[in-house]
Design a protein. Structure first.
Length: 280
């Protein structure tokens, strides 16, 4: 293959090889001009993990990453744009701080997927990574400290354009603050919001009260409910949709049943779809 291949064709070839790491590594050694595209595919997403897997054993690559970036010849940090953080309860706190210290030097970092399996406060992360534009946060721990820190963490970022807020199980209830927390203008740039948490209607009410300036374009909401009992409270949702009517262009609503094992006679209720999607 000629080294003076037009860059447009080169990108198509490397995009085709995006899921073949070994070939990509070989490509990156062919010519200096091949480096940027191959690094993008090899490093995004970058998974930084210190956790226990249900099927295998403990997965820990933070130490290896720390050793790699400590080299004076390391040049991979500017290529990292998308990171998945996965840390175990109790034993991941110190490693998490070191990992975030690394990411603070990743100038192109724009997206973070954070699987919070620990109980330590995490709102400080925004100070180290202030330019994050897309945040996916799964509040996976039932520890009370982790619950209390969820909303302060989300409101610590000021450049967010997309926020996805999930709870790993329907029994995990995130406390909604009684007043304002974090940065009062945290969601100024927010255009996409995805929620799958218990008491989501209460969270929308809190947003209406303390972040009324939000102008969403996309809202995806998964509402928890008892088995075939409808949506329960949606007063704040109705108010929120009315407030977003001028900017909202895509809306997705769904129901997640919290008691799927309960036997019910549905002959008089008919068939209920689990979810529907509206868009215009």
């Amino acid at each position: 293959m000629p080294l003076d291949l037009p860059y447009e064709i080169l990108e198509c070839i490397l995009d085709y090889l995006h899921d073949d790491p070994e070939t990509l590594r070989i490509c990156s050694l062919v010519h200096r001009s091949w480096l940027p595209a191959t690094r993008y595919h090899l490093l995004n997403p970058t998974i930084i993990s210190q956790c226990c897997d249900h099927w295998t054993s403990e997965i820990e690559n933070v130490t290896e990453l720390l050793d790699l970036v400590s080299s004076p010849h390391c040049t991979i940090l500017p290529a990292i744009e998308d990171v998945i953080l996965f840390f175990a309860p109790s034993k991941g706190s110190s490693l998490l701080k070191e990992a975030i210290g690394i990411l603070s030097e990743a100038s192109s970092l724009k997206k973070v997927v954070f699987m919070n399996c620990g109980a330590a406060p995490i709102a400080w992360i925004a100070q180290e990574t202030p330019n994050i534009q897309e945040l996916v946060y799964e509040a996976g721990s039932e520890d009370s400290l982790a619950k209390q820190d969820a909303i302060p963490f989300l409101t610590s970022f000021t450049q967010l354009r997309s926020l996805s807020f999930y709870a790993s199980r329907v029994t995990y209830t995130v406390p909604i603050p009684a007043g304002p927390v974090g940065n009062p203008f945290a969601f100024t740039l927010l255009r996409t919001l995805r929620l799958s948490i218990d008491h989501s209607d209460e969270f929308l009410g809190w947003l209406l009260e303390y972040h009324s300036y939000i102008a969403l374009e996309t809202l995806a909401l998964d509402i928890y409910s008892g088995n075939h009992e409808g949506w329960e409270g949606v007063d704040n949702l109705n108010r929120f949709l009315k407030a977003q009517s001028k900017s909202l262009t895509h809306l997705s609503l769904g129901i997640s049943y919290t008691d799927t094992n309960r036997v019910m006679d549905l002959t008089e209720k008919g068939a209920f779809p689990r979810s529907f999607i509206l868009a215009h």
